[in-house]
Design a protein around this ligand. Sequence first.
Ligand code: FAD
Length: 427
Amino acid sequence: MNSETVNKQPDCDVLIVGAGLVGASLALRLADCGLRIGLLDKGALERGISWAQPQAGPVDVSQFDPRVVALTAQSQRLLAELGVWQQLDTLRRCDYAHMRVWEQDGTGQVEFHAREVHEPSLGTIVENSLLLNALYGSIAAHNETAQAEGRAPLALFSERSVVALERDSERSRPISRLRCDDGSEVSARLVIAADGGNSPLRSLAGFETREWSYGQKAIVTTIRTALPHAHTALQRFLTTGPLAYLPLADGVDSGPGRHCSIVWSADEARADELMALDEAAFNAQLTAAMEGALGGVEASATRFAFPLRQRHAKRYVEGNVVLVGDAAHTIHPLAGQGVNLGLADVEALAEQIEAGIKAGRQPEDPTPLARYQRQRTGPNLAMMALMEAFKRGFGEQPIALRWLRNAGLNAVNAFSPLRKALTRTAR
Ligand SMILES: Cc1cc2nc3c(=O)[nH]c(=O)nc-3n(C[C@H](O)[C@H](O)[C@H](O)COP(=O)(O)OP(=O)(O)OC[C@H]3O[C@@H](n4cnc5c(N)ncnc54)[C@H](O)[C@@H]3O)c2cc1C
């Protein structure tokens, strides 16, 4: 470090590394808080879509992004406050009001209805790339307005990966300098790692994690079924892992929705077998695995497989580096809660930073950051424990356990208050 770097103002007060769904939402949430906010990603940080835009006429399985998220009402509220939800074309987001969960070789089943919790829907399925595109659109619009009004725009550092982190202090305030693979350096008082489950920044900053492999891969793709999905999400627990059908909106003039995004989590060997099948054989296996639900599978798009890990950082804050989203916690996709937890992190961290500023604190002040950590660790761990219990419960083989699971599912289904409580948790 030379004297020039010592005396230079940091490039940002707060630098968010990773502009996925969580990092981009956090940047927008903090955009008007009076601090200089930066957003850095190895990608391009601008609108541009690789999947088809909503269009008139029938749609095809290949036109949907195979990665989708089921967003809760709480997540939707945050995205609406950021002006993002309104940008999502209603023709490409699908509310679901009913969910049915049942298991292989069993009689247990549980159903969740939005009407039981007096809500219009249990959640909404949105394609990841359309949501990210809307977030980048809102960032561009924010920057245009800020520039026109003479305010600081969000500083965008695109197409560069962080490869090294130097932590220092200057006039008794911490400063972090991030070196990138293009040779550039970006400095900030507070650095937020939103760079995903494998978070390079988390490793560079020396955070410890507890993690293990589920020994499963999640296969995702889009399917067309013979019968309409009627805005119902389906999940069947197979002995090799859970399989979900998530209803999709079909666009203009194409009749009742017959497209679903699927997430088929299976033991690695089974997942590799399924990935190797041709389309007709895969559709047949899928139809059988879902017991012919929705009249069977007529077509499926290209498949993608993701290895599944459970991971939780022991701490979310180390000095002036903070973790959010999958960088802090990665969970099994069986309840579709990953982004929802990440967006709850966004809300909690932004509130604490804003409260700190109002109280005259610096953005890197440890007190609000510690509050964020306390606020989020409990709910994130609770959701991870719930997913683990479901996953382990349904993966076990002994008949006695299976009977208990069935009895448990039916008990949940028969006992309305418990079902309502679970429905609220998942919303
Ligand atoms: C099969 C599957 C299905 C899922 N379904 C759901 C669902 O229905 N609902 C739900 O809520 N969640 C779901 N999830 C989880 C959800 O996808 C994740 O929780 C979410 O994508 C995490 O968002 P993130 O922004 O934290 O991380 P990411 O989306 O991983 O974004 C990380 C960003 O960091 C950038 N980056 C990485 N490294 C660097 C670097 N060194 N330098 C600069 N930039 C970097 C990347 O380019 C990327 O833009 C699912 C996950 C899987 C695997």
